[in-house]
Design a protein around this ligand. Structure first.
Ligand code: FAD
Length: 276
């Protein structure tokens, strides 16, 4: 499978990339979703603009109340960041289970969330973390919460001419978090992935954020599990509430019933892991 002929350009700044995007170029980051799509001729842009070498898009900064991640940071960059390991374990655990070493070294967080594959891992963690996604176009900059960003199967709030520039992950003092995933054994995409962030006081759970990927056409926060999780004694009841009333995906990897069952199992695993 060979992509149709196209022109390859490399941008060295966000402004340069934006002017190429305004002229119709398609953004290329790690290429681990776009290149397969081009090979399958699902897309056939005349020009691609490579943003992977733009240094102002590749950083991880601990800003105290939040961690700022440049959109061209690779999964490996995030997995190996000590700030993320110590302040948001769920994010480094998510990065560590994406694909294989090559995917983690090339694939970027910005490319993953722009693509919005229903089985991608980042959407669950970004929803559970209440992350904010910043986008820039030649008209300016805007920010959208993860809850509004992921809109459906391969659909996001990203508009024509916009580049995702930064993902901001709030740092919640005293919170603990975890990501648990049942992966497709060949691709390693999530059949079910569950991200959990908890704040507790003794045995009481004062705030629970629980999000799933892989289960439905888009990642989602599971309000029923969150509402049921008020104490460490609620873990069984809360995890049994997972993925009820949700339109569940069924495919040749996992039927709807099996995915629903896995959602409950992985909710429990992620909650237990977050509680340590
Ligand atoms: P690209 O492929 O370069 O781009 C993807 C799309 O996003 C394109 O439409 C592009 O125009 C757009 N885009 C890229 N960057 C930006 C930006 N900053 N702003 C706006 N639009 C942008 N993912 C998982 O979550 N879990 C897995 O287990 C997993 N396993 C994989 C296994 C294999 C074998 C492969 C090939 C991929 C796998 N992936 C998995 C996907 C991987 O994480 C990709 O890296 C990711 O989905 C896309 O990121 P990218 O940087 O490669 O983006």
């Amino acid at each position: 499978m060979i992509p149709s002929s196209l022109e390859y350009k490399r941008a060295s700044s966000i402004d340069e990339a934006l002017s190429m995007v305004d002229s119709g170029a398609k953004i290329l980051a790690g290429g681990h979703s776009l290149i397969p799509a081009l090979k399958l001729r699902l897309d056939a842009p005349d020009t691609v603009v490579d943003i992977s070498k733009i240094s102002e898009l590749r950083y991880i900064k601990d800003n105290g109340d939040h961690i700022a991640i440049g959109a061209a940071s690779t999964h490996h960059d995030i997995m190996s960041s000590s700030a993320i390991q110590s302040k948001c374990a769920m994010m480094s655990q998510t990065a560590a289970v994406i694909g294989d070493v090559q995917v983690r070294n090339m694939g970027t967080i910005g490319g993953s969330i722009a693509h919005a594959d229903p089985a991608a891992d980042w959407p669950a963690s970004l929803l559970a973390a209440d992350a904010v996604i910043e986008m820039r176009s030649s008209n300016g900059t805007r920010s959208v919460g993860a809850g509004d960003f992921f809109q459906g199967l391969y659909m996001t709030a990203l508009e024509e001419g916009e580049i995702i520039t930064e993902i901001r992950v709030p740092v919640v003092e005293g919170a603990s978090s975890a990501y648990a995933k049942f992966m497709q054994p060949a691709s390693r995409f999530a059949i079910v992935g569950c991200a959990v962030m908890l704040t507790r006081s003794g045995d009481s759970i004062t705030k629970a954020s629980v999000a799933f990927t892989g289960v439905s056409d888009k990642a989602f926060r599971d309000a029923a599990v969150e509402a049921a999780l008020n104490s460490v004694s609620d873990i069984d009841t809360a995890s049994k509430a997972a993925a009820e009333g949700v339109d569940i995906l069924g495919d040749h990897f996992a039927s709807e019933d099996y995915r629903k069952h896995l959602a409950k199992v992985y909710a429990k695993r992620a909650i237990l892991a977050a509680l340590g």
